[in-house]
Design a binder for this molecule. Structure first.
Ligand code: SF4
Length: 423
């Protein structure tokens, strides 16, 4: 049996894409190889969001050169964000790579023989991509240049995919897009994310529905109302703020002010009680002063997010920020700012999670790690517990007995699953 190996780096969209490729190859009679060295087909699924990610991909590409020399029969392919419209340049630089295909495309050597298929035995949770690309051009971001303009998939196509995944055992779906709030603007009739959520929510057998990532300038009252109303849509919203200073937000070309962001959060919290909020923050953006950085700290301490993904700014070649702005916050200063927000957030998460101590929460079981079962609450809290027998895909009541900033631990409590876990 021929063997395949997929190396993936980057966001959930890449992971979802790799999962689809895996099932496609398995449908064609391939089996997973234990390592790249044993594979007949090797696919690199690349990310270029950060320079460090792109460098890792480039290193991998070079490392495959000797393999192709010793085993010319091996098929090598590159997909993901490194593949742009100029594949000619990639072919010149990496002549040992046989195929280049963009994210979401069918691998060229399969075009006549197979469509990308869904996993045959999916895990209880699955990602479904609803749009590719982005129209926003935030100053620091390379995504619109590499993934191109936003292209939405039709509502019917997405709903059909969800229905099939649920038929195969999936209980929770996360809809993915770079900016889910502008979903549908390029489709006939301009359906909105709220409409899509309504359709997917109606899929029988689906237990939970999530979506990533929102853009504060585009999140509509209609969407907030839909999240509050639809029973399967989880009380969890990812809303990247990036900075707590209007001047920095303007330099980042984000399209909103700190006050507008705060008002949006208030509206969300009024409409969706117990909602969990996550955000993204960049520290050390060009010319960010100490006072502007304090604005970010104030915002984080005031809003108290459930999760914060943080990064120190590093210029990304090809972006407006790299072209036009001097990377003038020193590395030690960036590290110190990162450390400040990390420590603050750890404390906030410890407080938020501690409120769940002694309470029973509804957990959708995903799998087992180091002898313990794990799953997530509707608010995306990671919960570990012990139990005999198999239970992936089950919704269980877990009474929380210990908490940390990062996860919760508890034991199974019999009875109806408690959905009121919005601590
Ligand atoms: S919204 Fe901004 S940060 Fe997000 S993918 Fe688009 S350009 Fe990049």
């Amino acid at each position: 049996m021929p063997k395949y190996h997929i190396w993936t780096i980057g966001c959930q969209m890449n992971k979802a894409e790799s999962a689809r490729l895996e099932s496609c190859f398995e449908g064609l009679g391939y089996e997973a190889a234990a390592s790249a060295a044993e594979a007949d087909l090797i696919v690199l699924n690349s990310c270029v969001v950060r320079q460090s990610a792109e460098s890792r991909v480039v290193n991998k590409l070079h490392a495959l050169r000797p393999l192709k020399k010793t085993r010319p029969g091996v098929t090598l392919a590159l997909t993901g964000c490194l593949v742009n419209s100029d594949t000619g340049r990639l072919q010149k630089t990496y002549p040992h790579i046989d195929h280049f295909f963009k994210p979401g495309e069918v691998p060229p050597w399969l075009e006549k023989t197979a469509e990308l298929s869904l996993p045959r035995h999916p895990s209880p949770t699955a990602y479904v991509t609803i749009s590719q690309g982005c129209d926003n051009f935030c100053a620091y971001c390379i995504v619109p240049y590499r993934r191109g303009r936003e292209r939405s998939r039709p509502v019917a196509e997405i709903t059909c995919e969800v229905r099939e995944l649920v038929r195969r055992g999936v209980k929770e779906i996360t809809l993915l897009g770079q900016n889910v709030d502008s979903y549908g603007r390029d489709l006939p009739g301009k359906p909105e994310l709220a409409d899509l959520l309504g359709e997917v929510n109606a899929v029988e057998g689906l237990a939970r529905l999530r979506f990533l990532t929102n853009h504060p300038k585009d999140m509509s009252p209609r969407l907030i109302e839909a999240i509050a109303r639809l029973d399967k849509v989880c009380e969890q919203i990812s809303l990247p703020v990036q900075a707590g200073s209007d001047a920095v937000l303007a330099a980042m070309k984000r399209g909103y002010t700190v006050e507008q962001y705060r008002r949006l959060v208030e509206r969300i919290r009024e409409s969706i009680p117990g909602v969990a909020l996550s955000t993204d923050v960049i520290v050390g953006f060009p010319s960010e002063t100490e006072a502007q950085f304090r604005g970010t700290v104030d915002l984080l301490s005031g809003i108290k997010f459930d999760t914060v993904h943080m990064a120190a700014y590093s210029p990304r070649e090809g972006t407006a920020a790299a072209r036009e702005l001097e990377d003038n916050v020193s590395l030690p200063e960036k590290k110190a700012r990162l450390d400040t927000v990390e420590r603050l957030q750890e404390q906030i998460q410890a407080e938020i999670n501690a409120r769940l101590l002694g309470r029973a929460v509804g957990v959708l079981v995903e799998g087992k790690k180091r002898g313990k079962w794990y799953g997530r609450t509707r608010t995306d809290k990671l919960v570990f517990f012990r139990r005999d027998g198999d239970c992936p895909g089950e919704l269980m009541n877990i009474k929380i007995e210990a908490t940390s900033p990062w996860s919760l631990r508890g034991s199974v409590e019999p009875g109806n699953v408690n959905q009121e876990d919005k601590g």
